[in-house]
Ligand binder design. Structure first.
Ligand code: DC
Length: 239
């Protein structure tokens, strides 16, 4: 039997983490989990149910029974044979498209700064590894969720390049948005994700940096495959 392989991909918003992760999952037959989709699904639940969302200044002292709210939030992934990937379900409803809206993007960093939310989702993410090898992307996968991951990749790219990519992606999906809104959102989320107290986005000391400002998707996947091979060779030579 092959040893279990855990690949953690972290990085800034709209860096193309999920594109690389999906390609790897397909190529290596690994389970893929988009941890950002989980935070987005919780955000959708909060908005739909008028749960108060504290801003960055209030998040420490905000008194609210988030635990009770989270008991009502059930997140799962189901494989879609048409797309070839798992899609996210919130309380048994497919919300894959809904969670990509601008309204969710504007609120998700606030919701993901709430400690109770992080504790709940990190536990779920860690459980996902019980069933075997996986690739997971997010902000704290290599630092908090899987600090012992076999390979950690930290992705970054020029913010304008990222905003333009995200803008095009949203237009392709028919989501109405201006480039300015996307730029503000990308830059704003970078700030909030790196400055929150609860497991902020940062490069794990042992992560390999992939700056994809000028690199094609194929080359990014090739880069990571090469890193995986290095990990496997090291494991072999240490037996
Ligand atoms: O990957 P994404 O852009 O869909 O993630 C949406 C937000 O979720 C991101 O701005 C911060 C939060 N997030 C997080 O805090 N931790 C993760 N592991 C993944 C996402």
């Amino acid at each position: 039997m092959q040893p279990k392989l855990i690949i953690a991909i972290d990085g800034y918003s709209s860096c193309g983490k999920s594109t690389v992760a999906k390609a790897l999952a397909k190529k290596l037959q690994l389970h893929y989990i988009d941890s950002g989709a989980m935070y987005r699904a919780v955000t959708l639940y909060f908005l739909e149910n008028y749960i108060p969302i504290p801003g960055p200044e209030e998040v420490h002292d905000f008194v609210y029974d988030f635990e009770k709210v989270l008991d009502e939030v059930h997140i799962s992934f189901q494989f879609n044979p048409d797309s070839g990937f798992s899609e996210v379900y919130l309380n048994d409803k497919n919300v894959e498209l809904e969670i990509r809206s601008m309204l969710i993007s504007e609120n998700v960093s606030h919701v993901s700064s709430i400690k109770a939310v992080r504790d709940r989702l990190v536990a779920l993410q860690q459980m996902a590894a019980d069933s075997g090898s996986l690739v997971m992307d997010g902000r704290d996968i290599g630092t908090t969720v899987f600090p012992n991951a076999d390979l950690k990749i930290f992705m970054k790219a020029d913010p304008m390049v990222r905003a333009n990519r995200r803008y095009k992606e949203m237009q392709d999906k028919g989501i109405e948005v201006t480039l300015e809104e996307v730029i503000n959102n990308v830059v704003g989320r970078d700030y909030e994700d790196t400055h929150r107290d609860e497991s902020p986005l940062r490069k794990a000391v042992d992560a390999v940096v992939l700056d994809n400002t000028h690199i094609s998707q194929e080359d990014q996947v090739e880069f990571v495959l090469n890193e995986i091979q290095k990990v496997k060779n090291q494991a072999k030579s240490s037996i």
